[in-house]
Design a protein around this ligand. Structure first.
Ligand SMILES: [Zn+2]
Length: 381
């Protein structure tokens, strides 16, 4: 009789713990709101370009800003890797603020919509971070993971060959859930690859002229404050445009360089979308200390202030190439950097192709954003 009661108690405690834990997991499936902007002309779903995504957790919103004036089309991707938070926040800020005066801008804020619904297991990750605006209102964003949630795409196959010819196997096999390994994609591939196909097909159908894929990297990564550019055999203008942008950023005292994408970087957006479409492909990375293995406690100081003393020390000891600032590299500065990069890319594109201009207003100068804080770029909701 005694053991019977014990069993009941264990069962009840298990159900209570499982219930509390499931509430926590389910809260990560709630998509953060994006503020209204009267300049949005249409919101579509990516499944309109990759039909099998419809009804799945990888379908995602595509925001259109059509000036009605003839010009080029700029596609901006945020959230390819959800844990690279500056990409989501910059895409959100652009959607809430821009006006397009010539040409069109298309923004996908959560490119891997499923990746936002989980975090890296056993890594002490925080699920959310909250930015408080001066009126006291709060904007909360999910931290997410760089890969599709295994709840939505499972199991990881032992061997997978993407459309680019990239093979994924062995210790890399979880990369079959990485959007930025499976371009240009196919509509009957794994769900993550269907996202790639949707973006590829969108570029073709909407005649996209230039694309920016916004990323962040761990402090160990060698391509921080760097823009990768597709090296098309017959076209060097993307590098000329990216170099104009990098020069403009350096004039603003912002480190930036442009490099050609690796010849074997198959499956990555800047390589395989550039090779298989007419869009100029660019991908920019900012420093994110929460992504590296040396990071300490995952808290707002790390996620929002970008402050990780271990990395400052590691840089001073000669182990980290990137010039880690002593006071951290705040999320606001990384978001401002992405927005500035996009502003200068659109300007450089318009100088190079005046008949296909893409003129965007509503993106403040870098220093204005840093001085004005998130108040200047995010709306109270
Ligand atoms: Zn990334």
């Amino acid at each position: 009789m005694k053991s019977y009661i014990k069993n009941i108690i264990v069962l009840v405690v298990t159900v209570v713990v499982a219930f509390i834990a499931s509430m926590d997991f389910l809260s990560m499936h709630k998509i953060e709101k994006i503020g209204d902007n009267p300049n949005i002309t249409e919101i579509k779903m990516l499944s309109e370009y990759s039909p099998r995504l419809k009804g799945t957790s990888l379908d995602t919103e595509v925001y259109f800003f059509d000036s009605g004036v003839e010009g080029g089309t700029f596609l901006i991707l945020g959230g390819t890797h959800p844990n690279e938070s500056a990409g989501l926040v910059a895409a959100t800020a652009l959607i809430e603020n821009i006006e397009v005066e010539e040409g069109r801008v298309i923004i996908i804020p959560r490119t891997n919509n499923s990746g936002f619904t989980h975090t890296s297991p056993f890594d002490g990750m925080q699920d959310f971070f909250t930015l408080t605006l001066s009126d006291g209102s709060e904007r909360t964003f999910r931290v997410g993971n760089r890969l599709t949630n295994p709840v939505h795409q499972w199991p990881d196959r032992n061997y997978y060959e993407g459309t680019s010819g990239r093979t994924i196997y062995g210790t890399e096999n979880a990369e079959v859930r990485n959007v930025n390994r499976l371009y240009y994609g196919t509509e009957d591939g794994v769900l993550t690859e269907q996202v790639c196909y949707g973006i590829y097909n969108l570029i073709l159908e909407e005649n996209v002229s230039i694309t920016m894929d916004m990323h962040e990297g761990s402090p160990e990564f060698l391509y921080l404050d760097c823009t990768m550019v597709n090296m098309k055999r017959d076209n060097t203008t993307a590098m000329s445009i990216a170099s104009d942008m990098a020069l403009s950023m350096n004039f603003d005292d912002l480190d930036m360089r442009a490099e050609y994408s690796g010849v074997t970087s198959y499956g990555l957006s800047h390589r395989s979308l550039g090779d298989n479409t007419d869009s100029m492909m660019t991908l920019m990375e900012t420093y994110n200390p929460s992504m590296g293995p040396l990071h300490g406690k995952m808290d707002d100081d790390l996620l929002i202030n970008g402050n990780e003393p271990n990395y400052y020390e590691a840089h001073n000891d000669g182990y980290i190439y990137f010039d880690v600032p002593e006071d951290g590299y705040p999320l606001l500065e990384r978001v401002a950097r992405h927005m500035t990069c996009i502003r200068y890319l659109s300007e450089a594109y318009s100088w190079e192709y005046p008949d296909e201009a893409i003129t965007i207003s509503g993106i403040p100068e870098y220093q204005e954003i840093v001085d004005g804080g998130f108040d200047l770029i995010l709306k109270p909701l």
